[in-house]
Design a protein around this ligand. Structure first.
Ligand SMILES: NC(=O)c1ccc[n+]([C@@H]2O[C@H](COP(=O)([O-])OP(=O)(O)OC[C@H]3O[C@@H](n4cnc5c(N)ncnc54)[C@H](OP(=O)(O)O)[C@@H]3O)[C@@H](O)[C@H]2O)c1
Length: 441
């Protein structure tokens, strides 16, 4: 048996404790496999005497993760604190500068500073592994970086935030409002007390930034992502989507186009019977279109102590074996500048829901606004809420707003936005039009 790999682990929360449990349970078997034991030599967290349900006996304690990261007694540093700056960033940089391989689950840090950290890792000849940073237990980083490296990737997309998928699934299956489901998700611990980061699409955007870089060998460009969250999705949209044969999912999409890369996070309509539509609850998935491999879909737990620890541990095993591939698949200096495709040029079909004042000629005028921008319509239907009683609620009150659903043929985002803007300004609708992109699968 070779010398042990001595780990310094910073962060003993959900993932940190999960990792220590995994190493306690499987340590002996893993040591046999790689020919050397993995030892948690030192740890750091905020509160030393917190009860964590695991024994830290015989493990050195550091109050400061930065000191731990550069300490001569450890061989590799594992960062499981979280956050895009401050202590975790300083600690990761200190470890890399001290020539120690780093394993992290921190998507926020990598989305903001990934390219610079990759350069630093390469400069010091050490690994920077982050399998757990995207989609928790799904091994998507190595899949893109290694298993699919020979392909030219056209598109990578997925459901990357369990909280949003849980909310949308519950709205769909239980006919409940967004606010109602969000409150329940918070009570169950699926959603944070401040849920903005998840439901606003930013967590998905962090993960997407990393997938984009791996898929297209470009610098990490989190600030170039168009981000929309799920806050505006109503029960009316969920029901209309269902009637039209779709499900609504929050997708992160990175697409190579002729004018550059589209990186976008937004609610999207996907066909009801597609595999991605069936991903329900907190499950995550990532789909990849590669030129030789074709279409792949990986699905599984995107979070949680055990699934995430599984991904962190696989990175540690790579370190123990001495592997240090470039973090983003190609040397950081060779990562290309990011060329952004303007969302206005995005081509696609759209779902639109309008709250139209029921007046003579209203529909013709709406169709006219669309026609002026060369947006052609596949369908236009007036829709009553489910449960409306025929003969009583079925007939709209003249002049009152009524729900109208449009599906467009393929058009540009600029054209549909201009048409909706004109409709909104014309006073024919009682509220801002709802627009959801239909993602071709
Ligand atoms: N949870 C998941 O399912 C999941 C999935 C994928 C990726 N991740 C990523 O994994 C990382 C950790 O997430 P988590 O859910 O395990 O977080 P968590 O439960 O909030 O744990 C964070 C840990 O960091 C410690 N900490 C905070 N500030 C510190 C500081 N300045 N110095 C030293 N320690 C500090 C905390 O100490 P105390 O315990 O003493 O407060 C705690 O142990 C994040 O980057 C997250 O995005 C999480």
């Amino acid at each position: 048996m070779g010398e042990s790999l001595k780990l310094g682990v910073a962060g003993l929360g959900t993932v940190g404790v999960g990792l220590l449990q995994l190493l306690q349970e499987h340590g002996a078997r893993l040591a046999q496999g790689i020919g050397r034991p993995i030892e948690v030599h030192a740890v750091s967290a905020r509160t030393r005497d917190k009860k964590r349900g695991i024994s830290l006996e015989g493990i050195k304690w550091f109050d400061d993760p930065e000191q731990l990261a550069a300490d001569a007694s450890i061989d590799a540093f594992v960062e499981l604190i979280g956050g895009d700056d401050g202590a975790p960033r300083r600690a990761v940089e200190a470890a890399l500068k001290a020539g120690k391989p780093v394993v992290t689950a921190n998507k926020a840090l990598l989305a903001r500073h990934g390219t610079d950290l990759a350069k630093l890792a390469e400069k010091h000849g050490v690994a920077l592994n982050f399998e757990a940073a995207v989609a928790g237990g799904i091994p998507i980083i190595k899949t893109l970086r290694e298993a699919l490296a020979a392909n030219q990737i056209r598109r990578v997309y997925g459901i990357l935030n369990g909280t949003c998928n849980y909310i949308l699934t519950q709205m769909q299956e239980e006919y409940r409002s967004f606010d109602d489901v969000l409150k329940e998700a918070q009570a169950k611990g699926y959603a944070e007390a401040d849920p903005t980061f998840d439901i606003g699409g930013f967590d998905t955007a962090h993960k997407l930034a990393l997938l984009t870089s791996l898929a297209f060998s470009t610098r990490v460009a989190f600030d170039q992502i168009d981000v929309e969250g799920i806050e505006t999705i109503t029960q009316a949209d969920i029901e209309a989507a269902d009637d039209l044969g779709y499900r609504i999912k929050l997708l992160g999409v990175a697409l190579m186009t002729e004018s550059g890369i589209e990186q976008r996070v937004h609610p999207a309509m996907v066909p009801k019977h597609s595999a991605i539509a069936e991903i329900s609850g907190v499950t995550n998935c990532v789909a990849i279109d590669g030129d030789f491999v074709g279409n792949l879909l990986l699905a599984g737990p995107g979070a949680g102590a055990r699934a995430t620890a599984s991904a962190v541990a696989s990175d540690i095993l790579d370190v123990a074996r001495g592997a240090s591939p470039p973090p983003f698949g190609v040397p950081a200096a060779k990562l290309e500048a990011y060329k952004r495709a303007r969302l206005g040029q995005h081509q696609g079909a759209y779902y639109v829901r309008l709250s139209v004042f029921d007046r003579p000629g209203a529909m013709a005028r709406i169709a006219g606004h669309m026609g002026e921008r060369e947006v052609s319509l596949e369908s236009i239907v007036q829709r009553r809420p489910r449960g409306a009683q025929p003969g009583i609620d079925a007939r709209p009150t003249p002049g009152a707003p009524t729900s109208v659903i449009l599906i467009t043929h393929e058009t540009t985002e600029a054209a549909i936005r201009a048409a909706l803007d004109a409709i909104h300004r014309s006073g024919q609708v009682s509220e801002k039009p709802q627009m959801i992109r239909i993602e071709p699968l």
